[in-house]
Design a protein around this ligand. Structure first.
Ligand code: NAP
Length: 469
C-alpha cells in the first residue's frame, strides 16, 4: 500500500472516530453523521483508486444495482418499518463479509492451484480470519433475517423453544470452530468453508428464535456488533486497515449498545439469549379474565390538563405509527406556555429500535432538555399531576414488576402508574409488542382515550387553542 493511500485511510478512520464520538450526544449527532459519511466517502474513493483493482466492470454493476435497491428502500420504507430495515442492513453487512472472505479463499486457492494449496502457501492468519469472517458473517445474516422477521410479525415474536436448544447451539458453534481449525491446518479442503457456512446458517436461526419479542433490542444491537466483527475479520483477510478499524468500531460500539440494552431490560446477555423468558406465557389464558375500563373523551382530558401543573409525556411505538410527534410537540408547547412543567420520559427500549423515541421527537424539534431518561425521571412520577402515555404500552406495564411468567418480567418500567392521573392514548385494549395485557388500563386513576394518537392529539390541540382564543 503506498503512503498516500495509507494516509487517506487514516484520515477516514479519524472521521469515523470523531463521528462516533459526536453521535453520543443528540446535539452533535447530525454533525457526527456527516463526519462519518465523509470518512466513508473518502475510504470508498481511495479504495477505488487503489492500483490493485484491475477491472471496474463488476464494481460499477454492483454500484448501480445496490444504488437502485438503496434508493427504492429509502423512499418506500415507512418510518415504522425502519427497525426491520436496520435489522436487515446489519444482516447485509454480515453477508457482504462472508461473500468477500469466501471470494478471497477462492482467489487464493486458484492462485495456489487447489491440489497443492497448503498452509505454507498463504499466511495462516489469513485462512483463520477467512474462516471466522465466513462464520460470523453468516450467523449475522441469518440471525438478522430472523430478528427482522420477528419485528415484521412474519415469525411470531414469542420465544420459540425446543428440547436441548442450548446444547444444539453449543454443538453447532463448536463444530463450526473445529472445522475452521481444520481449514487452517489444511486449506486445500475446499468443502470446509461451505460446511462452516451451512452450520453458521443453522446457528444464526437457532440462536435468535428462542429470544422473545421484548428482548429484540438486545438481539438487534448484538447483530450490529457481529456485523462489525465480521467486517474487521474481512479487513484482516484483505489486509485493509480502514476495514479493520471501521469493523472494530462497529463491533465494539455494538457491544456497548448491547450492554446498555441488557441493563435496560435488567437481564444478562446469557439470560436474553438462552432463557426463553416468557415462553410459558399464554396470552389466551390472560385474555379470559373480564375487566372493565372507563372510556374518556378528549374533552375530559383537556379539562384535566387545564388544571395540571406538571405533565410527564411517555411516548411509545404507537407515536411513531401515528406519526403524531409534531402535534404532540404542539400540545406540549401550548401547555408549557400556560406554565405547566412538561417533560418527556424516555424508556431505553421504547419503540422498535435503540434511540427510536429520541429520533422521532428530534424530528419534531422537541428540545433535548425536555427528554429525560428513565433513571432520571422515574422518581418524579409520584409527584406529577398527569402521566400522558401516547402509544406506549410495554414500557409502562406493571406486570414487569411482579408477574414471573411474563415476557416482560424483570424489565424496569416507567412508573407512570404512580402519577395522580394516568392518561393513555391508544386505539384499543390490545397488548404491546410483548403480548402482555396491561393492568395499568384498569386502574382507578387511569383515563383511557381510545383512538389514533394523531387524531386524539389534534383534537386536544384544537380544543386548547379554542379555549385560549
Ligand atoms: P408497544 O408495547 O409495542 O406498544 C405500542 C402501542 O401503540 C400498542 O399497544 C398500540 O396499541 C399502540 N398504537 C399503535 N398504533 C397506534 C396509533 N396509530 N395511535 C395510538 N396508539 C397506537 O410499544 P412500547 O411501549 O414503545 O414498547 C416497545 C416494545 O418493543 C418493548 O416490548 C420492546 O422490548 C420492544 N422492542 C424494542 C426495540 C427497541 O430497540 N426499542 C426493538 C425491538 C422490540 P393499539 O393497537 O391499541 O393502538
Amino acid at each position: 500500500m503506498n503512503t498516500s493511500i495509507a494516509i487517506a485511510y487514516l484520515a477516514s478512520a479519524v472521521c469515523f472516530i470523531l463521528g462516533l464520538k459526536m453521535l453520543s450526544s443528540a446535539r452533535t449527532a447530525r454533525r457526527g453523521n456527516l463526519y462519518a459519511a465523509f470518512g466513508m466517502l473518502l475510504a470508498i474513493v481511495v479504495t477505488l483508486t487503489d492500483q490493485r483493482i484491475l477491472d471496474f466492470t463488476y464494481i460499477i454493476i454492483g454500484l448501480v444495482i445496490g444504488g437502485c435497491v438503496g434508493v427504492l428502500l429509502a423512499t418506500r420504507v415507512q418510518m415504522t418499518g425502519m427497525p426491520q430495515m436496520v435489522g436487515l442492513l446489519n444482516g447485509f453487512g454480515g453477508a457482504a463479509s462472508t461473500l468477500v472472505a469466501y471470494a478471497e479463499y477462492l482467489r487464493l486457492s486458484g492462485d495456489a492451484a487447489i491440489d497443492v494449496f497448503t498452509a505454507s502457501d498463504v499466511d495462516t492468519v489469513v485462512i483463520a480470519t477467512i474462516a471466522l469472517s465466513v462464520l460470523i458473517g453468516t450467523v449475522t445474516f441469518f440471525g438478522s433475517l430472523v430478528a427482522s422477521a420477528k419485528l415484521h410479525g412474519v415469525i411470531r415474536s414469542a420465544p420459540i423453544l425446543y428440547p436441548m436448544q442450548k446444547q444444539t447451539n453449543a454443538v453447532l458453534l463448536f463444530a463450526a470452530l473445529a472445522l475452521s481449525g481444520v481449514l487452517v491446518y489444511d486449506p486445500s479442503l475446499w468443502y470446509i468453508p461451505l460446511l462452516v457456512i451451512g452450520l453458521a446458517t443453522v446457528l444464526g436461526v437457532t440462536s435468535v428464535i428462542p429470544v422473545g419479542g421484548a428482548d429484540m433490542p438486545v438481539v438487534i444491537s448484538l447483530m450490529n456488533s457481529y456485523s462489525g466483527l465480521a467486517g474487521a475479520m474481512t479487513g484482516f483477510v484483505l489486509n485493509n486497515n480502514v476495514l479493520i478499524i471501521s469493523g472494530t468500531l462497529v463491533g465494539t460500539s455494538g457491544l456497548i449498545l448491547t450492554n446498555i440494552m441488557c441493563k435496560a431490560m435488567n437481564r444478562s446477555l446469557a439470560n436474553v439469549l438462552f432463557a426463553g423468558v416468557g415462553a410459558d406465557y399464554s396470552p389466551e389464558e390472560a385474555a379470559t379474565e373480564q375487566k372493565t375500563v372507563i372510556r374518556y373523551t378528549p374533552e375530559d382530558v383537556s379539562y384535566v390538563l387545564e388544571h395540571a401543573q406538571s405533565v410527564i409525556i411517555v411516548p411509545g411505538y404507537g407515536l411513531a405509527v401515528a406519526q403524531a410527534q409534531h402535534v404532540l410537540h404542539e400540545l406540549a408547547s401550548i401547555l408549557i406556555k400556560r406554565g405547566v412543567n412538561v417533560r418527556y420520559a424516555i424508556h431505553p427500549v421504547a419503540g422498535r429500535m435503540p434511540g427510536h423515541m429520541n429520533v422521532l421527537l428530534a424530528e419534531a424539534n422537541v428540545s433535548y432538555d425536555l427528554l429525560l431518561e428513565m433513571d432520571r425521571i422515574n422518581d418524579d412520577f409520584q409527584n406529577t399531576d398527569v402521566a400522558m402515555i401516547v402509544g406506549a404500552n410495554d414500557v409502562v406495564n406493571p406486570a414487569a414488576r411482579y408477574k414471573k411468567n411474563s415476557p416482560l418480567y424483570g424489565m424496569p418500567i416507567l412508573n407512570a402508574d404512580k402519577a395522580r392521573t394516568v392518561m393513555v392514548c391508544k386505539r384499543s385494549l390490545n397488548p404491546g409488542f410483548a403480548g402482555e395485557d396491561n393492568e395499568l388500563f384498569y386502574l382507578k386513576n387511569t383515563m383511557m382515550v381510545f383512538g389514533d394518537a394523531k387524531a386524539t392529539l389534534m383534537n386536544l390541540v384544537g380544543m386548547m387553542k379554542k379555549e385560549a382564543a
